[in-house]
Design a protein around this ligand. Structure first.
Ligand SMILES: [Zn+2]
Length: 113
């Protein structure tokens, strides 16, 4: 393992979100082949973003899949910005149990209702 400046847990969290994002894309018809034909996925999210955010890929997803991809990509951006786990609406921390169930959640339970 290499040392870097990420706070504890951040890399693991990003990896988990990426994994979920990729599995969402793989579930969709036609996308799996496209991903398989790329030789190796780059290590860094910034390098993967163009592939996973490819508009042609996204048009193959159903509405629910597109929504999930958008949420996961937004969560990855929030991790990079250091705002992940903070409610968009009220600014309070989102409960860990909620994030565990919904890693892409961007509001606390109170604001989600
Ligand atoms: Zn809130």
């Amino acid at each position: 393992m290499t040392h870097h400046t990420d706070p504890p847990g951040r890399s693991a969290l990003r990896a988990r979100l990426l994994e979920r994002l990729e599995s969402t894309l793989r579930r969709q018809t036609g996308v799996e082949n496209r991903l398989r034909h790329t030789n190796e996925l780059p290590e860094k999210w910034a390098d993967r973003a163009p592939l996973l955010g490819d508009e042609e890929v996204l048009t193959e997803l159903d509405v629910e899949g597109r929504h999930e991809v958008a949420s996961l990509r937004a969560a990855l951006v929030r991790i990079d910005e250091g705002t992940y786990g903070v409610c968009d609406a009220c600014g309070e921390p989102i409960a860990p149990a909620r994030l565990a169930a919904l890693p892409a959640a961007h509001t606390c339970v109170d604001c989600a209702e």
